[in-house]
Design a protein around this ligand. Structure first.
Ligand code: ADP
Length: 195
């Protein structure tokens, strides 16, 4: 069974939600860089203070900061049995850094799950989330900036994983349960239902 996964897809495509469901199912952690940054910001750490200005504008936090944070998180004991990366890698250089970390340990990424969603739906979903969660970067101008960053820097990663034969794609349109079933099917996990 695949236990080292990367989630790909635009902001608002449901990576966080589906990542958590999948992680619970597989008994492995999700490693969400966005969540790690929000935790650092809430605690007012030096890393959080540095990340804050970039996140508030919808820009990527510098790779130097992000790569070190992820490398450190991957060394924690719970990641030894596998993990689901959500929000990382987010540009092509981060893919190379991740490869370096994992190749050294002989534990490469086994699948990249792409979640697809229409741009109009993305914006409306994120604006709705803003009302519920109050995330500071879920305002319309910042959402637009994040989408631009996604198209220019993150989308090219999809081809990288596709060319490695690791890409599986699901349509994120539907209820949480429907998308979750599509995710399980795409990863060949539906047989777990019967166990
Ligand atoms: P979303 O996917 O909804 O845009 P995230 O919670 O994944 O939100 O990320 C929030 C913000 O955290 C991003 O807009 C970016 O500023 C920062 N961030 C998250 N992951 C990375 C990363 N891999 N590299 C650089 N910045 C990141």
């Amino acid at each position: 069974m695949k236990r080292r996964l990367v989630l790909l897809g635009p902001p608002g495509s449901g990576k966080g939600t589906q990542g958590e469901l999948l992680a619970a199912r597989l008994g492995i952690p999700t490693i969400s860089t966005g969540a790690l940054f929000r935790d650092q910001m809430a605690r007012g750490t030096a890393l959080g203070v540095e990340a804050q200005t970039y996140i508030a504008q919808g820009h990527l936090v510098p790779d130097r900061v992000t790569n070190a944070m992820v490398a450190n998180r991957l060394t924690q004991a719970d990641a030894a049995r596998g993990f689901i990366l959500d929000g990382y890698p987010r540009n092509v250089p981060q893919v190379a850094v991740l490869d370096g970390i994992l190749d050294q340990a002989g534990t490469p990424i086994e699948a990249a799950l792409e979640m697809r969603l229409d741009e109009d739906l993305i914006v409306s979903r994120l604006l709705k989330r803003a009302e519920i969660e109050g995330r500071a970067d879920d305002t319309e101008p910042v959402i637009r900036a994040r989408l631009e960053v996604y198209h220019s820097q993150t989308e090219p990663i999809i081809d990288v994983y596709r060319s490695r034969g690791l890409l599986v794609s699901v349509d994120s349109l539907g209820t949480i349960e429907e998308v979750s079933e599509a995710v399980m099917r795409a990863l060949g996990l539906e047989q777990l239902d019967n166990q």
